[in-house]
Design a protein around this ligand. Structure first.
Ligand code: PLP
Length: 524
């Protein structure tokens, strides 16, 4: 143990102490200074991003951005023959970049299903970058391999049910990829020869998701050679949840035409309306057809962390064959931090392994811990480490509180909209942490329910959300997403990811801001 041959020990003494990776100049001290100054800059950036009085965004056009970089002496363009920049110039480039970034940690960045950056998660990601290793083999990433397993096991226990008895999983680059893994494993179960034979000449497989499901299911069908024609969009109820009866008849229809239903892609928290599919009923339908049930919990999986929300929203989800869970959404982990978890131990390797002899030698130390051959990638980031360190920092009870807080903010927002006497209107009742609403221009206050608007009023309301959004962006006041959906004119969808530090008073201030911006816009 630990015996170094004396010749090697002696040789290691006189190695060159210079920094092989010196960036700015050959001076290692200047490189070290760049790293220290960067750390200071990043800490300042993160702490100042919380301030409600600071702008969410300094809106820049591609042209104005180029001028800002040129003005500080570090043009965006990588000019041919350009010489090395100095350390201070590189720091200026970093500061200018951050200055022009959208401040996703700002309390009024409520634009997407991700926001902010959990501090422990950021610290962990810095460590991941500095360690710069690759979680394909235990050999090069021993700690991160074990960390990933521990986090996956924890998530499986949180899902519960059959996942407690057996589970397998991977951290993957996002929910879209997790959904792709699910469909791929499902196909392998339904047609184990597809990986070698291809889709031609095999059984005609059909997948089912709801009409509100994420578009990544369609991309997966395109990529896998299933074809998007073989992905059936099942009807939803008014909230945006899949109708089990509609699923049953869609699957029966496929059977009658000689096709095989192999995959049901359910959703926990649809992207726009935040709806949860009825998993218990969908599990019954999927089981009856021997189809794989996947729960896309990219947005809503976090509900499992709250004892109340999990009962209300996630019932039956543990009967699924697999779950996608984005810790980089409601849980506030820095992008990307996304898990794919299946209740079928060994299924990932069975489906994806190619046993590349250069990486996964069967006769090396601890090779049985290698995760790389379970993936469709080669190299992989140690994304699990962010969630591991954050979990240590937050704890189970802390996560429950955070999820409940996000839902509480959404519920408060909803009640303010409902009580606004016509200045705002709900596009539909709140689901989870999503509130879909309209700012109603003063001229339409007497027009009643937007669902019964005249074509003219419809157009006025349709134009309101993009107009207000543009003012909010230009003035850096807030960012909130909008879209048309279900035949409704453009409505805002506000969501509360990673809003653990946001207060009810902040939300009231936000609503006030929107009203002031809107009223000023329509007064002109
Ligand atoms: C965001 C989202 C996805 C995609 O996740 P990425 O990490 O962006 O790839 C999939 N499904 C749902 C429901 C989502 O909200």
């Amino acid at each position: 143990m630990g015996v170094v041959p004396s010749t090697l020990a002696a040789r290691s003494v006189d190695h060159d102490s210079g920094d092989r990776y010196a960036t700015a100049t050959s001076d290692p001290l200047e490189t070290e200074k760049l790293l220290r100054d960067t750390a200071d800059t990043l800490v300042k950036y993160l702490t100042s991003s919380n301030d409600v009085s600071a702008p969410v965004v300094k809106l820049s056009s591609p042209d104005s951005m180029a001028s800002e970089f040129a003005a500080v002496g570090v043009p965006l363009e990588l000019r041919d023959g350009e010489g090395p920049a100095s350390g201070p110039e590189l720091l200026t480039a970093l500061e200018t970049t951050l200055d022009l970034c959208v401040r996703t940690s700002h309390p009024f960045f409520l634009n997407q299903l991700y926001a902010g950056a959990d501090r422990a998660g950021v610290a962990a990601d810095w460590a991941v970058v500095a360690a710069n290793t690759n979680v394909h083999t235990y050999e090069v990433a021993p700690v991160f391999t074990m960390v990933e397993q521990k986090v996956l096991q924890k998530l499986a226990r949180v899902i519960g049910g059959r996942f407690q008895a057996a589970s397998d999983g991977l951290f993957v680059p996002g929910g879209s990829i997790a959904n792709t893994y699910a469909m791929h494993l499902a196909r392998h179960r339904a047609d184990s020869k597809a990986n070698t034979r291809g889709m031609m000449g095999g059984p005609q497989l059909v997948a089912f998701t709801s009409e509100h499901a994420h578009y990544s299911y369609k991309k997966a069908a395109m990529l896998m050679g299933l074809g998007s024609d073989n992905l059936v969009a099942v009807a939803c109820d008014a909230a945006g949840a899949m109708k089990p009866d509609a699923l049953r008849s869609a699957m029966q229809k496929a059977r009658v035409s000689g096709k095989i239903p192999f995959f049901v892609g359910a959703t926990a928290g649809t992207t726009v309306t935040g709806a949860f599919d009825p998993f218990e009923a969908l599990a019954n339908e999927a089981e009856a057809e021997h189809a794989w049930l996947h729960v896309d919990g990219a947005w809503g999986g976090a509900a499992l962390l709250s004892p109340t929300a999990r009962i209300e929203l996630m019932g039956g989800s543990a009967r699924a064959d697999s779950v996608a869970w984005n810790a980089h959404k409601l849980m506030g982990m820095p992008l990307q931090c996304s898990a794919f978890i299946t209740a079928h131990l060994g299924a990932l390797k069975e489906c994806n392994a190619t046993r590349a002899a250069c990486l996964f030698q069967p006769d090396k130390l601890y090779g049985e811990y290698d995760m790389g051959d379970k993936t469709i990638q080669c190299g992989r980031r140690a994304d699990a480490f962010k969630l591991w360190l954050a979990w240590k920092a937050v704890g189970d009870a802390g996560w429950a509180k955070r999820v409940d807080h996000a839902i509480k903010l959404a519920a408060h927002f909803e009640s303010r909209i409902a009580g606004s006497e016509g200045a705002f209107r709900l596009a539909m009742p709140r689901n989870y942490a999503n509130v879909c609403f309209w700012y109603v221009p003063p001229a339409l206050h007497g027009s009643g329910d937007p669902a019964a608007y005249s074509a003219e009023d419809w157009e006025v309301l349709h134009a309101a959300a993009p107009a207000l959004k543009a003012v909010m962006q230009k003035e850096g006041l807030a960012m909130i997403g909008f879209q048309p959906l279900m035949g409704l004119p453009n409505f805002f969808r506000i969501v509360f990811p990673s809003c653990f530090g946001t207060s009810i008073a902040d939300i009231d201030l936000l609503l006030e801001r929107i009203q002031v911006i809107g009223d000023a816009h329509y007064a002109n």
